[in-house]
Design a binder for this molecule. Structure first.
Ligand code: NAP
Length: 262
């Protein structure tokens, strides 16, 4: 049976990972306003190149450009190929930014490089999900549906889990370097400590939080915060305060409302 044509617009990390994982299953066409890069990738992966401003030989297009370019790209594509269905992979934007009649967003919960395999990766999907779920299945991924209006909230949750956890680790490492010369094993110890702390919270919720604020050890918090300056001090105090309130059930009503979510 001939392969179904599938158009990919974009030339970055996700575009390349998709090409590698899908080219045995679909007849992939690549396009981008950055023509030279698209032609280069077409040659590298032995797929077809199609000019950006022109008709598309596909019913479905996956737009994997920068988030800020997705809406404009969908608008431009629809002018030359009005009957195509559009899909994007942004975490924050919903399918509503797309201009096609049928539209879907499919966001993989994963950090992606050109070598990423999507096997076992979980995708959040919303919109006309029937236009993207078979692609996820072909990639070997899994999916769950979210409401279009909840897309930005979904991404905010991931920012807390991914970015802020990573930022705290980065700041902790910077402080450890001030302690003195560190052995190479420190990286593995930090990794274990971070993984174990996350695992405790995944298993036990807020009761899995440990450390001075969870114990109500206010003297330790005073001493440690006095060693810090600037945003490090602010973040230490703010996060300790939140953990303390979660454990003591304290705070005014608005804070109680927030902590009741956790
Ligand atoms: N990477 C991830 O971990 C990840 C995870 C989940 C979702 N996403 C989503 O996937 C979409 C694409 O993200 P991405 O990570 O593929 O972005 P990216 O690698 O930064 O590529 C985005 C665009 O930047 C341009 N570009 C990339 N590398 C370039 C280079 N070496 N020289 C010149 N231009 C270059 C290309 O422009 P043209 O568009 O003009 O070709 C490309 O399409 C976004 O919606 C993002 O939110 C990414």
């Amino acid at each position: 049976m001939p392969k179904e044509p599938l158009c990919i617009v974009g030339t970055g990390k996700v575009a390349q990972a998709l090409i590698k994982n899908l080219k045995d299953h679909y007849l992939i066409h690549i396009s981008s306003p950055s023509e030279d890069r698209a032609k280069e990738l077409a040659e590298k992966y032995a797929i077809n190149y199609i000019p950006y401003r022109g008709p598309l030989p596909c019913h479905r297009v996956i737009i994997v450009r920068r988030d800020s370019d997705i809406e404009k790209t969908s608008e431009e594509l629809i002018r030359f190929a009005p009957f195509t269905s559009h899909i994007h992979m942004s975490g924050m934007l919903s399918s509503q930014v797309l201009k096609s009649e049928k539209k879907c967003s499919m966001h993989p919960i994963m950090s992606i490089t050109p070598d990423t395999s999507f096997k076992g990766v979980l995708f959040a999907v919303e919109g006309n999900i029937d236009i993207c779920t078979d692609i996820i299945e072909t990639l070997g991924g899994k999916y769950f549906e979210i409401e279009t209006e909840k897309k930005a909230l979904y991404h905010t949750a991931l920012v807390f889990i991914s970015n802020f956890t990573a930022l705290n680790t980065l700041m902790g490492l910077a402080l450890l370097r001030e302690v003195g010369k560190l052995p190479p094993e420190i990286i593995e110890s930090v990794r274990n400590l971070a993984y174990r702390s996350i695992d405790n919270v995944l298993k036990h919720g807020k009761d899995g939080l440990t450390g001075p604020a969870a114990r109500g050890d206010l003297e330790t918090i005073d001493i440690e915060s006095s060693l810090l300056e600037g945003f490090l001090r602010e973040l230490y105090i703010l996060q300790s305060d939140v953990i303390y309130k979660l454990h003591s059930g304290g705070g005014d009503n608005s804070e109680k409302d927030d902590s009741s979510k956790i």
